[in-house]
Design a protein around this ligand. Structure first.
Ligand code: ZN
Length: 187
């Protein structure tokens, strides 16, 4: 199955869209964007020029993915969450795209509704950002962060459940270990 693009959306030049990807109403995908297979872009999503999006990514309604942002496979962007690409914007002194800061959202990570990711930070693999959080620093793999500014409040399983204090998931039985502050899956 090829990609589905609703006729109300605009796809600019030199865009690649993978098989089974669905782009719903009123989206704008700008030039030279790469979108992988089996992604979903909800209503009113903007993907800026040269952005790269992996496979199986879900982007909910009203999200703009600005130049400088990269989304790896299986990333979830909740409704109306916000990316940025300029830490100190001034209308009078535009920096130009070569000075945009990079923001990377790694494999499997989820960002809650209405959260803001300040540019220049990396969201670790399988991390979860709570709704409404403002991320101002890197988020470790498997960390659950919440608040303004966002702080880590727990660890989460790949399935999304909060881990118990032995770093095990009581929902799906995956087990993890914490070594030198880094959580790793052990089975
Ligand atoms: Zn689990």
């Amino acid at each position: 199955m090829t990609a589905i693009v609703h006729p109300s959306s605009y796809i600019d030049a030199n865009v690649s869209i993978g098989e089974r990807t669905k782009i719903w109403h009123f989206c704008h995908v700008q030039a030279e964007v790469q979108i992988g297979t089996n992604c979903t872009l909800g209503q009113n999503v903007n993907i800026s020029s040269r952005v790269k999006i992996g496979n199986n990514v879900k982007i909910q309604n009203n999200v703009s993915v600005y130049e400088g942002v990269e989304l790896e496979d299986y990333v979830f962007c909740g409704p109306s969450m916000v990316f940025t690409n300029d830490l100190t914007p001034r209308s009078k002194f535009p920096k130009g795209r070569e000075n945009y800061l990079r923001t990377i959202v790694k494999y499997g990570a989820s960002i809650g509704a209405n959260a803001t990711i300040v540019c220049g930070n990396t969201i670790g693999s399988w991390a979860m950002v709570a709704a409404g959080a403002v991320v101002t620093k890197d988020v470790p793999d498997y960390a659950l962060v919440a608040g303004v500014p966002a702080e880590q409040i727990n660890w989460v399983c790949e399935c999304g459940n909060v881990l118990n204090n032995q770093y095990n998931c009581t929902e799906c039985s995956k087990q993890y270990s914490l070594i030198d502050g880094i959580l790793e899956r052990v089975n």
